[in-house]
Design a protein around this ligand. Structure first.
Ligand SMILES: C[S@@+](CC[C@H](N)C(=O)[O-])C[C@H]1O[C@@H](n2cnc3c(N)ncnc32)[C@H](O)[C@@H]1O
Length: 287
């Protein structure tokens, strides 16, 4: 195999794996060796370092928080798209429709509250799909205290997401109705309209940090195609914590290859990779 400019020894690869596991909970498989060489190789060149060992020593001994963040950013996988795994958004619309019927018209600040979390939001397509879809389906939501929290460990993708601008080509394959929800932004780009941008708050957040900084309960959490990078132990801990941040009967949406089996004590499986928090779970105040 062409190792490019830098060779990665088994020992160096073990050091990279240990560091990214400790920092981000990410378990790198043997198949990720080439990715590590190409992604971290760019950083080595920028820092004018001659080997992966020298880079890891540098991170341990002199690395700034920005250097540590660059290391993690380089090793995340950010693949995503608008309306990915469409059945989740169809389910969400049904649920929010029912919730809008049931929830009292007056919340504590005069408006009923709705909170959704996109955990591991990458470049923003997932939270914007939620915002665009729900605002189109329920025009009344503009009178609600409706917020989507969108977080990711990778600070580069969070910054891109907040800009809300995408290549027009990302709309390929969407229906005409969905494509019409975006605004033209010139130069082959489209923009998320202000009404949808305004309900989403993007923040960097490492899911491994404990406790999370948010206080409140969420009506729904999307944590899709994130836990596939974690080992079973890390997944188990994360799923337990997601259970306690949902309202009783709230929904958790996973990626197609992630599952909780039948759901255990905290959840019941109600659809394809859709879990409902069990009602006996302790209710918590909304944020
Ligand atoms: C493949 S993307 C999934 C994006 C979107 N949820 C979707 O399904 O289309 C996985 C995202 O998880 C993020 N991620 C990985 N480890 C994380 C961690 N410890 N905390 C927060 N985000 C993490 C990555 O940075 C990446 O953007």
């Amino acid at each position: 195999m062409d190792q490019g400019e830098f060779a990665l020894s088994d020992r160096e690869f073990s050091r990279v794996k240990a560091r990214v596991y400790k920092e981000a909970g990410i378990s790198l498989s043997e198949a990720k060796r080439t990715l590590v060489v190409s992604r971290l190789g760019k950083i080595l060149r920028a820092l004018r370092l001659g080997s992966f060992d020298a880079y890891l020593d540098y991170l341990e001994q002199h690395g700034s928080p920005a250097d540590a963040q660059d290391f993690v950013n380089a090793l995340t996988t950010n693949l995503t798209r608008f309306w990915r795994e469409d059945h989740h958004f169809t389910h969400l619309e049904g649920y929010i429709g029912q919730l809008m019927e049931k929830r009292p018209r007056q919340g504590a600040n005069g408006r009923p509250k709705l909170r959704i979390w996109s955990a591991g939001c990458s470049t923003g397509q997932e939270p914007y799909t939620i915002a665009l879809g729900l605002l189109a389906a329920f025009p009344n939501l503009k009178h609600w205290d409706f917020r989507i929290l969108a977080t990711d460990i990778d600070t580069n993708v969070v910054a891109k997401a907040a800009a809300g601008i995408y290549p027009e080509a990302e709309l390929n394959g969407l229906s005409r109705e969905r494509a019409a929800l975006f605004e033209p932004a010139g130069a082959g780009q489209v923009r998320i309209p202000a009404a949808a941008r305004e309900v989403v708050s993007f923040k960097p957040l490492n899911l491994m940090h404990n406790p999370w900084p948010m206080r409140g309960a969420f009506d729904a959490v999307f944590c899709r195609n994130v836990a596939i990078y974690f080992d079973k132990k890390t997944q188990g801990e994360l799923f337990g914590r997601l259970g306690s941040i949902l309202v009783p009967d709230g929904f958790l949406y996973f990626g197609h290859s992630e599952n909780l089996g039948a759901g255990g004590a905290d959840f019941r499986l109600v659809g394809k990779t859709i879990y409902q928090a069990r009602a006996q779970q302790k209710a918590r105040d909304a944020a």
